[in-house]
Design a protein around this ligand. Sequence first.
Ligand SMILES: [Zn+2]
Ligand SMILES: [Zn+2]
Length: 171
Amino acid sequence: MSKTNLLNNCYDKFVTEDIIKIMKRNDIIQELSEYFDIKELVCPHTYAKHKEASWQFLDTDWLHCLLIIRRDILKAPMTCNNGSNYTQRGLRCNVCELVKGKSNNYLSAHMFGKAGDFTVKGMTAEQAREKIKENADLLPCNIRIEGGVSWLHFDTMNQWGIVDKVYEFRV
Ligand SMILES: [Zn+2]
Ligand SMILES: [Zn+2]
């Protein structure tokens, strides 16, 4: 069924709004698939179990920001997980090395499908962060970036008390 037919058949406002949201998410994933394989954005444990359905664990706002950053802001190849030395730079699950040994409270945005660490081709992480700050208006929601590290970390965790469009934090 075409988008128009589907919308014409929905007379309930709320149902229509839900469908628009689902379509928007699907469009984002479809466009992102041109730049990223889902295998790169989740840990190997998640991919082994859920394959393509692993997209379901990634937050819509985060996926939307990733698309805007890759396609419209940095306009350069971005590497998250590469299947060899990088495996925990996107979604992390409870059996990931960085997570399973923790005995303290650990609520990284990486565990909520709202974060990724990237290497950007042709620029340093600092240059990538600067470009994102300069183009903050293009982003659909607020993001956090990690300052002072050699990789580009960005996440869409909703920050308590912070209203900056691009908020740089340091651990
Ligand atoms: Zn894992
Ligand atoms: Zn990170």
